[in-house]
Design a protein around this ligand. Structure first.
Ligand code: NAG
Ligand code: NAG
Ligand code: NAG
Ligand code: NAG
Length: 253
């Protein structure tokens, strides 16, 4: 007897059942996911450009940092993998100075500093925690900060002269500069041009890592796309893969 069979058919039945209910809003998720929704292959270190994030929320934030900050460290699959593993800021006390500087909540800066971290831990961290190097809150946030420092995107962009301001860049030039330096293709997201413009605005840069925490190419998988689309709380639904056109990299909101 093949022991897998009953569970697969159960899973398919459950999948269709859920699709029936979720049809029209999250059916993509069920088509994409398999019977192991928490098994992931790669980690995505997401940087966002605070000025653009502010632009996306009608400029409702004061003094956004003028450097790329962390949005999150996301497994490419799975969300809210362990609902009983609650965020506890005391576990990352040592990391707080770095967290405040490099992983600030751009959207709710004046409200509650820990809310963003709680969201990221519960949605993504609890899924990432299936591997030993990330299996605690301290390790998860600490490793994300390590990877961020290792990638050191801010220094690299400055070094090659890609600076925020009034200059527009060709997206292909940014992409080629990053790919040749890092040896892997990142995923770059923009907000589309406003109606009377023809310039997109850079908003997010993602680097992908293997489970061994080595850089790898980001492939544009649908799961990844879904994750991004689904991050409604932070309104990143306006972001999409940048086109090869002129790109603004704004210094001010
Ligand atoms: C979920 O988290 C709780 C609290 O940390 C832990 O005791 C439990 O083993 C976790 N469950 C799984 C399936 O990892
Ligand atoms: C901030 O949010 C955390 C987690 O949601 C909560 O435990 C804490 O009480 C909140 N603090 C304030 C001042 O609202
Ligand atoms: C890229 O081009 C497509 C097709 O014209 C458009 O739908 C999309 O919004 C554009 N994306 C950006 C970020 O400008
Ligand atoms: C990433 O993809 C490029 C081709 O697009 C390839 O040359 C390179 O070897 C890949 N790098 C890794 C680490 O897989």
């Amino acid at each position: 007897m093949n022991k897998m069979k009953p569970s697969i058919s159960h899973c398919l039945t459950l999948g269709y059942f859920l699709m029936f209910f979720y049809c029209g809003c999250t059916s993509v998720k069920f088509l994409e996911s398999d019977c192991h929704p928490h098994t992931w292959d790669k980690l995505i270190l997401v940087h966002h450009w605070p000025v653009t994030v502010c632009k996306m929320i009608m400029n409702d934030c004061d003094d956004p940092p003028q450097y790329w900050t962390i949005h999150g460290l996301w497994p490419d699959k799975g969300e809210d993998c362990n609902r009983t593993w609650h965020f506890n800021v005391n576990e990352i006390e040592d990391l707080l100075p770095d967290m405040r500087q490099y992983w600030p909540d751009i959207l709710h800066s004046s409200l509650n500093r820990t809310r963003f971290w709680k969201h990221e831990w519960e949605k993504h961290g609890t899924c990432a925690a299936t591997i030993e190097p990330l299996n605690s809150q301290k390790k998860y946030f600490g490793k994300a900060l390590d990877l961020y420092h290792k990638v050191d995107l801010n220094s690299y962009l400055l070094k090659v002269g890609i600076k925020p301001g009034h200059t527009y860049y060709q997206m292909s030039a940014i992409k080629e500069a990053l790919t040749s330096f890092y040896g892997v293709t990142p995923k770059i997201q923009c907000i589309p041009p406003e109606e009377d413009e023809d310039v997109q605005t850079i908003g997010q840069i993602e680097f992908c890592f293997t489970k061994e925490l080595e850089l790898r190419n980001c492939t544009h998988s649908k799961t990844n796309f879904f994750l991004m689309q689904n991050n409604l709380q932070f309104r990143h639904e306006e972001l999409s893969i940048c086109n090869d056109t002129l790109t603004s990299y704004p210094l001010e909101v």
